[in-house]
Design a protein around this ligand. Sequence first.
Ligand SMILES: [Zn+2]
Length: 80
Amino acid sequence: MPLYDFRCKQCGHPFTVRASFQQKDAGLRPECPVCHATETQQLLTAVAFIGAESGGSSLPLPMTSSGPACGCGSGGCGCG
Ligand SMILES: [Zn+2]
């Protein structure tokens, strides 16, 4: 049975709910264990990514520009 991560919109408390796919399809309305509000927001989890693999494209990692990481520009500070 998969797990779903939620965050309470009322108090911001994150919590995990265990529910079947049938329960999820029927409209899962978990209750916050802290303040018992039903205004919750589902968080993206690894479960969601497994189901979204049809795209097949992986984003390339952003390339860092060459040069001193510290920004001194000349290596004068000892970074180079
Ligand atoms: Zn809450």
